[in-house]
Design a protein around this ligand. Sequence first.
Ligand code: MLT
Length: 230
Amino acid sequence: CFTPGEYEYFKDEYEIVVVIDVLRATSAICSAFNNGVSALIPVPTIEEAREYQAKGYLVGAERKGQIVDGFDFGNSPYSYMKEELKGQEVVLSTTNGTKAINIAKDADTVVIGALSNLDALCAWLIEQNKNVLCLCSGWQDKFNLEDTICAGAIMEQLIATGNYTSDEDSSIAAKYLYLSAKDNYMGYLKSSSHRRRLKNLNLNEDIKYCLTPNQTDVIPILKNGKLVKI
Ligand code: MLT
């Protein structure tokens, strides 16, 4: 799915859903597990985030790339590398990423994908040998390049095993975008919309982190409404 809006047309055909929001939600979630958070509760709305905050949880909230006033942190992968988060259960609400996770929550299996956990995720998917749907979070229900490129990177590894075919034109298109981008993600995405948005917010270091593949082997999986590490 290029966007969450397409999910309902695909959902019944696939057993594993990989939710992708490279800039930055799923990269931040992988960073959180890499740093040792015990669980992360993704919530789609700021109201739900506030309810968790009132119960004493550490809560991150981002809208339009910025930390929402009154929350502990936003959506930067670097916010999750702090010592005090180790072993904690945290809550996160973001513009698109946590919304996409919520849309897919009733699927058999929901896992988190980013460039930062690409190879580990693909190795795990290949072991499962099930139908895989990549759900790109996009930006406010619009297509974006970085999530599609990540979906294409996943496709490429799965197809290389000989056990998978790409049944949808969207997956063929994703693969071609990945092949055009793979040697220089930063350059390829230079004028893409969310890269520009984050750059204007002086978040260049976040962009670099999110576009650097294979920084972790964590695979977050959704269990009873909480993400935990496989
Ligand atoms: C989102 O979930 O919409 C994104 O991660 C936005 C962001 O970069 O903060």
